[in-house]
Ligand binder design. Structure first.
Ligand SMILES: C[S@@+](CC[C@H](N)C(=O)[O-])C[C@H]1O[C@@H](n2cnc3c(N)ncnc32)[C@H](O)[C@@H]1O
Length: 340
């Protein structure tokens, strides 16, 4: 049985703030860590439906800004992958300052909960821009506050491609542990055996393929001869294009952008977002990824996807994948956390 601090034979009591579809809980299951869900905080009704379909029971504590810390049950692990819109490069960068009233500022709602409940383990996840120049001072402020509460923080940027997921998705993870413990080590990378083509569906409806016109917008004005097995995709580098071969990932967003780089990813995809902007080259035609493929790229099983797809629309399912955390990475982190 799991050893939680001095308490042996005890299930890890978990609260998932900003739970989404519950990648956190799935990772605990996969890591074989005995645990009990005490509650989640989530306001998106479609995400709640998917969560219920996948995990069964749910005790939704609702909007994190509306609940008093006195009403929150005791727990051992608190996960908080707070909204990234005001931090991420794609957004307006309104930031996460305390009292800023931004969605990313919801981080500070966790402050009073952590202060009151003092869970032994904390897990933060967010976009890499959180540790870039503009937001790093706030990030450091947060870590210092945690230290003042008795936590030791360990943070790192981890990427799906290093954990056998063919998605170039880098995210910040912070593991915080209260009081004395064995030092935590982030998991070492896993052998890369999966490529994007291994996660693709076989028979995909024609509606996923770009029209000739849409595809042309993405293609460089000169193309290799028909006998070649690749095409040239526009890219904002000196050459002006990147070579794309079958089963390479193609970023479809802003086809006319003059600054977009890394549009072609060899045998893998760019970072999945909440919109429908990732494609793949099949033969010499580009098609969008299906929502099942997007869930697979986040480490969810087809079974989990099927359950969620009975209660949510394709657009909701796509958004949920883009918002979630790669389950395989979390699983490896949790396996290390229990050794501390
Ligand atoms: C980046 S996503 C986290 C996804 C999650 N880690 C998963 O595995 O799917 C952030 C989530 O915070 C939720 N959220 C936004 N405002 C909230 C609030 N005030 N209280 C609780 N949840 C909120 C959003 O609906 C969204 O699902």
């Amino acid at each position: 049985m799991l050893k939680v601090g001095a308490d042996i034979d005890k299930k890890l009591r978990v609260i998932e703030a900003f739970s989404g579809i519950g990648s956190q809980r799935l990772a605990l299951k996969r890591a074989n860590i005995p645990h009990k869900s005490i509650g989640v905080f989530e306001v998106d009704s479609a995400a709640i439906e998917s969560y219920k379909a996948i995990h069964g029971d749910i005790h939704n504590l609702g909007d994190i800004s509306k609940i008093s810390e006195d009403e929150i049950p005791d727990h051992d692990l608190f996960t908080y992958s707070f909204p990234c819109q005001d931090i991420s490069k794609a957004g307006r960068q309104a930031g996460l300052k305390k009292g800023s009233n931004t969605r990313s500022g919801l981080l500070w709602e966790c402050e009073r909960i952590i202060q009151k409940k003092k869970p032994r383990f904390l897990l933060l996840e967010n976009v890499p821009n959180l540790v870039a120049k503009k937001h790093k001072p706030d990030f450091i402020l947060w870590l210092e506050w945690l230290e003042s509460q008795g936590y030791t923080n360990y943070w790192s940027l981890l990427n799906g491609v290093d954990y056998n997921i063919p998605q170039n998705r880098s995210r910040v993870f912070v593991v915080s542990i209260l009081g004395e413990h064995k030092p935590f080590k982030f998991p070492t990378s896993l052998e890369q055996t999966k490529q994007l083509k291994d996660l693709l569906e076989e028979d995909v409806d024609e509606k996923y393929f770009l029209t000739e016109e849409q595809q042309k917008e993405l293609m460089y004005y000169i193309q290799p001869s028909d006998s070649e097995s690749y095409i040239y995709i526009k890219n904002a580098t000196k050459k002006g294009y990147l070579k794309a071969r079958e089963f390479d990932g193609i970023d479809l967003a802003y086809p006319n952008s003059k600054t977009r780089r890394g549009r072609v990813q060899k045998s893998r995809t760019q970072t999945l977002m909440t919109g429908d902007s990732l494609g793949v080259l099949i033969g010499k035609r580009i098609r969008r990824l299906t929502s099942l493929e997007r869930w697979r790229l986040m480490g969810f099983s087809d079974e989990d996807y099927q359950k969620a797809s009975t209660v949510c629309s394709q657009a909701q399912l796509g958004k949920q994948a883009g918002n979630s955390i790669i389950v395989d990475i979390l699983e490896e982190i949790f396996k290390e956390v229990i050794h501390t």
